[in-house]
Design a protein around this ligand. Structure first.
Ligand code: ATP
Ligand code: MN
Length: 468
């Protein structure tokens, strides 16, 4: 009955001082209940809208105090009507004095999320419930904020959000890393005269895969709309069980016409700084929590990065630093090698102690679409490296010259017939253009200090594991 005059608020809003004096309706889950000796129970209520809970005071005078309130366990869902008051307690502006409490759903003591610290490994086994924990609620609100900031950053700069396909026939990163998309019956596949599986009879009439990057299609839009970005799921069947690789992850890929490598670096550095300053500004409770529980240097590191310039270093300079470092690496450093994670981390964590943009990599270790420099030996690639993670962004200025592009495709044994549409961008009004890919989960790892990438995505897909 009081519901009609009560204002429906989220816990986040009821925690603000300007809610004081209002009669409100709150709905959420009980985090804890504790009973005082003087005829009161204190309920910590959370509805996911904010990191902090609101304290609900439930007095013995409630008509269902003995039958309902005294049985409220961690995990029960309830509805509360009450008056918001100034809280005498430290660390909270308000509390709610309940005039009505109603139970939606009970949670027996077998509820797996009891009031204690659970390991991240255990929480991974109950990924369908972990969004109710402090850690994962905070991770999800950070993911939401960072997504929003990324869209804002690009929209403010005139980039259009475009949607590139998830099913693709081009295998730019090599078929070994791709998931095949097929409707062929594996127990009875059609075969050609050589006895091979005949994919011309498959759903699309040819072999198809889940995309490893929207870049090539993104380039077609950049060469029409000027500046674009994608933000979508990406799939890689790389059989590497690391703390930085997922089989399904989200990637942000801007691509801009008339951008050269320098412009690309500016764009990447600006994007990361924007993300870091936005999480500090808009998610202060979450960031304080991560700083306390996961990495006590976190906010300091982010603030430092926001205020300083990223190091810009050529691959060749990096190799010199690594060779003279006196450090013994597992993989020996020579000009021409693909830098390993240990090398990248040495540069960004130990040598410079800040983000590093490495550029001008050897032609032989980078994909065909990267622009060849005048020296003929290096390409205009750039990787952004950050402490603890290593590579967070990979990008390049793209090859604009048709002939060079074709030579590079031959070098890498690619079937040119599959790329005639991509070649057309160089045939008709070719322009310098550049872009990069930012791994969304890697950036979430970086801002939360969470070590394992499986714990920054709701439902991780990794080799041998596809639960929920
Ligand atoms: P790495 O060497 O770390 O495997 P990569 O060189 O394969 O990365 P790119 O192909 O350049 O990466 O992809 C662009 C970005 O996407 C990377 O900088 C990284 O942030 C992210 N990324 C790449 N592979 C994965 C993965 N398997 N899981 C999560 N993020 C990834
Ligand atoms: Mn990779």
């Amino acid at each position: 009955m009081t519901e009609s005059i009560a204002e429906r608020l989220s816990v986040a809003d009821a925690r603000k001082a300007d809610a004081i004096g209002k009669t409100v309706l709150l709905k959420g889950w009980v985090r804890t209940r504790r009973d005082s000796k003087v005829g009161f129970s204190f309920i910590e209520l959370n509805d996911g809208s904010s990191f902090g809970n609101i304290q609900v005071l439930a007095s013995k005078s409630l008509n269902n105090y003995d039958s309902v309130v005294k049985n409220l366990n961690t995990g029960c869902s309830i509805r509360v009507v009450g008056l918001v008051k100034e809280s005498p307690g430290a660390g909270q502006a308000t509390e709610v004095e309940a005039t009505e409490i109603e139970l939606y759903g009970a949670a027996p003591s077998s509820y797996p999320l009891q009031k204690k610290r659970h390991s991240l490994e255990f929480l991974r086994t109950i990924a369908h419930l972990r969004s109710r924990t402090n850690t994962f609620g905070a991770v999800e609100r950070i993911r939401n904020r960072v997504s929003f900031s990324i869209h804002q950053y690009f929209q403010e700069r005139g980039f259009f959000y475009v949607h590139t396909p998830l099913i693709t026939a081009s295998d730019c990163e090599g078929a070994g890393q791709m998931f095949r998309v097929s409707t062929i019956d594996p127990s009875n596949p059609p075969r050609n005269e050589q006895g091979e599986i005949d994919y011309s009879q498959d759903f699309f009439g040819k072999p198809t895969y889940l995309t490893v990057s929207g870049q090539l299609e993104g380039e077609t839009f950049a060469c029409g709309l000027g500046k674009i970005y994608t933000f979508g799921p990406t799939f890689r069947a790389e059989n590497s069980n690391t703390t930085r690789h997922l089989a399904e992850f989200w990637m942000i890929e801007p691509e801009a016409a008339f951008y050269e490598l320098e412009d690309n670096m500016e764009l990447a550095e600006g994007l990361l700084k924007r993300i870091f300053s936005d999480v500090l500004e808009f998610c202060p409770e979450e960031m304080a929590f991560f700083n306390k529980q996961f990495d006590t240097t976190l906010t300091e590191t982010l603030q430092h990065i926001i205020q300083s310039d990223f190091v810009r270093l050529t691959y060749t300079e990096a190799v010199d630093i690594l060779k003279t470092s006196g450090n013994s690496f597992e993989y020996k450093v020579e000009w021409g090698i693909d830098l390993q994670s240990e090398h990248e981390r040495y540069l960004t964590e130990e040598h410079f102690k800040k983000p590093v943009i490495l550029y001008n990599y050897p032609r032989s270790i980078k994909p065909f679409y990267m622009r060849v420099n005048e020296d003929g030996k290096t390409v205009r690639a750039m990787d952004v490296l950050v402490p603890k993670i290593g590579e967070i962004i990979g990008g390049s200025e793209r090859e604009t010259d048709l002939e060079t592009l074709q030579i590079r495709m031959d070098e890498q044994g690619l079937e040119k017939a599959n790329y005639s549409w991509y070649e057309d961008l160089r045939r008709y009004g070719t322009v310098p253009h550049s872009g990069f890919g930012l791994g969304f989960e890697r950036v979430i790892q970086f801002v939360t200090g969470i070590a394992n990438i499986r714990d920054v995505i709701p439902f991780p897909r990794t080799p041998g594991s596809c639960e929920f």
